[in-house]
Design a protein around this ligand. Structure first.
Ligand code: SAH
Length: 337
């Protein structure tokens, strides 16, 4: 809940509205959900609050640590479903990768997360809880700097809950994350992109998992995406991108599928009218795909073509692959599976 909603709750208990703001700070700034620890509230109010279920709607299951310091936490939900969240350190600054759905309906050819389809959306509380529960896995000097909605799920298929979660995480009286430090990654759903732009005034950073500049190749790699690449480009042109900001275009490189010189030239042409940086992700292997990453020299040649066409291109560092925490390796579990 947002502070104004907690104020209504406080009011319904006969308390002044500012109690709502105090509750919000305890929960969202300090991560405290036990009313008996909320020492600036009256004893009577604490007792009344104890009748409300404030506990996080999830708990941490298995926790793994990779050789490079990346941590993967299993987030077990109350109905027995589970997703994963990842903490990626860069010195003392953490980037946290959040999941937004249990499974995914898009079925990307190279991705493990959607292999069993979609079980359900995460609630806003389940998305926010990932941030607070993961604090237990921080090192003492670490602080959270960036949040990326790049875990299990397609965020634009669960946009209203994602927007609520972002509003809670950004609130100055709570975790106070800057929206410029929140990135939403999507396969590119034009209506969802429009709604996101409208709701956040373009402040949430947008990453598009494009993977191909032509619709045939894209239909093979991202079968659940309905929009053509031209429609996605149109949606990006409408997006209220703040000045000095750019879109990120994610491109998983798959050997023999989308890694040719011609594919690079088509990509450069498609992206020419947009303010973008390109993130190349050589495919991370896992047990549920036979697709492979191109050789390093193929990746380098592809990258060079894009650079020669004037694009900024970055190779995404593979993090946490030894614990299955890299892009495309995360898993969703349903109670029966
Ligand atoms: N569903 C959203 C959020 C997931 S973000 C989206 O598709 O954008 C995770 C990123 O990892 C996406 O760009 C996705 O395409 C990429 N990815 C999936 N499987 C991968 C793999 N095996 N290797 C590298 N990247 C992968």
């Amino acid at each position: 809940m947002l502070p104004e909603e907690l104020s209504l709750l406080a009011a319904s208990m006969g308390e002044p509205p500012f109690r709502g703001k105090q509750l919000f700070s305890w929960i969202q700034a300090r991560g405290v959900v036990d009313p008996s620890a909320m020492t600036n509230l009256s004893k009577a109010f604490r007792e009344r609050v104890a009748s409300v279920d404030l506990a996080w709607p999830a708990r941490i299951g298995q926790a793994l640590r990779a050789a490079d310091g990346t941590r993967k936490l299993e987030i077990v939900l109350r109905d027995g479903c589970a997703v994963e969240t990842v903490l990626i350190p860069e010195r003392d600054k953490l980037t946290q990768c959040l999941s937004t759905q249990v499974g995914c309906a898009v079925h990307c050819a190279f991705c493990r997360s959607g292999h069993n389809g979609l079980a359900r959306n995460l609630t806003a509380g389940e998305i926010v809880a990932q941030v607070h529960l993961a604090r237990a896995a921080y090192l003492p000097e670490e602080t959270l700097r960036n949040v990326v909605l790049m875990g299990v799920g397609e965020p634009l298929h669960n946009l209203e809950n994602v927007l609520r979660a972002v509003a809670v995480l950004e609130h100055a009286d709570g975790a106070n994350l800057s929206s410029r430090r929140v990135t939403l990654s999507t396969v590119g759903i034009p209506r969802g992109i429009d709604r996101l732009g409208e709701a956040t005034h373009g402040r949430v950073a947008l990453a598009i998992s494009l993977h191909a500049a032509d619709d045939d190749t894209r239909a093979f790699l991202v079968p659940g995406a309905k929009a053509g690449v031209a429609e996605i480009v149109e949606a990006l042109r409408r997006y209220p991108l703040p000045s000095r900001r750019r879109f990120t275009i994610e491109y998983v490189m798959v050997k023999g599928v989308n890694d040719s010189d011609g594919a690079a030239r088509r990509l450069a042409k498609l992206l020419a009218p947009l303010k973008v940086k390109v993130n190349l992700l050589p495919l991370n292997p896992h047990d549920l795909t036979d697709l492979m990453a191109p050789d390093d020299d193929r990746v380098a040649a592809f990258q060079q073509i894009l650079i020669d066409k004037g694009l900024s291109v970055f190779l995404r560092k593979r993090r946490g692959a030894d614990i299955g925490a890299a892009c495309g390796q995360l898993l969703a579990v349903r109670p029966s599976s």
